[in-house]
Design a protein around this ligand. Structure first.
Ligand code: FES
Length: 284
């Protein structure tokens, strides 16, 4: 097992260094960006409605269905196995779309590994579709073999996905490990915070975005939950949202909620008060 793990890690390292993948990655990424320009499409695929990314949840469906198909093949349940293959194919569509949406905002080695992850999944889907068609024509043995091959591709690809999530932290909220600050903490002079300006302050060790809009003070984490973009370098809209400068997520300054993905996790909010001309913050 250790040899297999070492081989996979060497493979991932090689993929990450293969810059020849970049032109294809940029081309496909451009298509994905165009297709997900609408806020409702981006939100649906990112999981902004779910509170975390949708892709990891969706992957359970095709992997589960195709795994079940192989078990049913072994049990001689031909009809049920074909249905599971079909179910997995249907579930792979939203799974692939959500994954492509997440992948389009990656960079460098992660983007290359993500591209190969997507290609392996596409290969698995083609094998499963072929299996379904072959089974339908009555060739159950060939169909079962194709499904098994497809499942192997899916599991290899899942290893790459696991690397991106758990080794590289793709999809993990960039505020997940920030400390909570329970005591009121002095961060700025009230007179220094101009209406409409995006100001980065620090409470304890935590960077916070301080905004005054229509006279009210608001404070959310200054680090975008999506990939760590500096929200104080973004743009404030008149409707009370700040747009992240890196990938365009829109976050409401009043409560940190995500109005547009790719962010899917809300920004942590801070309580504010003004005392003796100083602005004090603590975690909400
Ligand atoms: S870092 Fe990606 S949208 Fe903010």
């Amino acid at each position: 097992m250790r040899m297999l793990t070492a081989a996979m890690q060497t493979l991932i390292e090689r993929i990450g260094k293969t810059k020849e993948l970049d032109p294809a990655a940029e081309k496909v990424s451009g298509w994905v960006d165009t297709a997900t320009r609408s806020a409702s499409v981006k939100n649906a695929l990112s999981g902004s409605w779910l509170g975390h990314q949708a892709h990891p949840v969706l992957t359970d469906l095709p992997i589960g269905a195709w795994g079940a198909a192989t078990v049913l093949d072994l049990a001689g349940e031909e009809r049920a196995a074909r249905r599971m293959v079909g179910l997995g194919i249907l579930a792979s569509v939203p799974t692939a779309l959500s994954g492509a949406s997440d992948w389009s905002s990656m960079h460098g080695p992660d983007k290359r590994v993500g591209l190969v992850h997507g290609l392996a999944n596409a290969t698995a889907s083609v094998l499963q579709m072929t299996s379904w068609l072959v089974r339908r024509r009555g060739h159950h043995g060939a169909g079962a073999a194709l499904s098994l091959l497809g499942l192997g591709c899916t599991l290899g690809s899942a290893y790459l996905g696991g690397h991106l999530s758990f080794v590289r932290g793709i999809g993990v909220s960039r505020t997940a490990f920030q400390d909570e600050v329970d005591d009121w903490t002095d961060v700025a002079a009230d007179a220094d915070i101009a209406e409409g300006a995006l100001t980065r302050v620090t409470a304890g060790d935590v960077p916070v975005l301080l905004v005054r809009q229509r006279g009210d003070l608001h404070a959310i984490s200054a680090v975008c939950t999506h990939a760590g973009g500096p929200l104080d370098e973004g743009e404030l809209d008149t409707d009370g949202c700040v747009t992240c400068p890196w990938h365009g997520s829109r976050l409401r300054i009043e409560d940190g909620s995500v109005q547009r993905g790719p962010a899917s996790v809300a920004e942590p909010c801070w309580q504010t008060k003004v005392q003796d001309g100083r602005i004090l913050l603590r975690s909400a």
